[in-house]
Design a protein. Structure first.
Length: 198
């Protein structure tokens, strides 16, 4: 362990690997609100926050539960398709509140091409919110709509035991994996009808 008069103990949240204070300072001093994407083991949370001296203020929040309960999503609440749809919900909510632009805040996640974080940002951009995003980092249309899951489900149907084991949660929720792309479009249309601006 480091010792000596020049040694400073890092802040607690830095020691716990919860906050990168250099990144946070850059984000907090920006004039734009932050588009915050957080992914847990089972759910996703998207917030639009602004930083004040007193602390962060959450202006908009959406959660996987809203996608399931309000819009009837039966797919995985934590996958790429759900991330895109949640981003779209957050984007529409922001526009209704008069927020036109935001900057992405992905926390301590390492940016990787095609990740759920970038799917959420793409969803917000498609809703009309201005959020910087390199289109090469966003997932492809097949992954966003869930066509890759649908094609794998169709392929695996010939092996019923593996099909049942891998897609048990989908089947419990009443969705066959091969119907995921159609279900995605249905839910997306519901979101646009309910929240669409203009």
């Amino acid at each position: 362990m480091a010792k000596g008069p020049g040694y400073r103990v890092p802040y607690r949240r830095r020691r716990e690997f919860k906050t990168d204070y250099r990144k946070r300072r850059i984000l907090a001093t920006s004039s734009e609100p932050r588009f915050v994407v957080r992914i847990t083991n089972k759910n996703m949370i998207i917030q639009i926050t602004r930083s004040e001296v007193e602390g962060d203020w959450t202006m908009i929040q959406t959660h996987s539960k809203e996608l399931v309960e309000k819009f009837g999503w039966r797919g995985d609440p934590n996958n790429t398709s759900a991330a895109y749809l949640l981003g779209m919900i957050a984007g529409f909510k922001a526009l209704k509140m008069g927020i036109e632009a935001s900057i992405p805040d992905i926390g301590l996640r390492t940016p990787s091409r095609g990740s759920r974080v970038f799917a959420a940002i793409k969803g917000a951009r498609d809703a009309g919110l201005k959020v910087p995003l390199d289109e090469e980092m966003a997932p492809g249309e097949d992954r966003i709509t869930g066509r890759h899951v649908a094609s794998y489900g169709s392929l695996l149907k010939e092996r019923p035991e593996a099909y049942q084991a891998i897609f048990s949660k989908y089947l419990e929720r009443g969705l066959r994996p091969e119907d995921l792309a159609e279900h995605f479009e249905e839910v997306k249309n519901r979101i646009v009808e309910a929240l669409g601006v203009g």
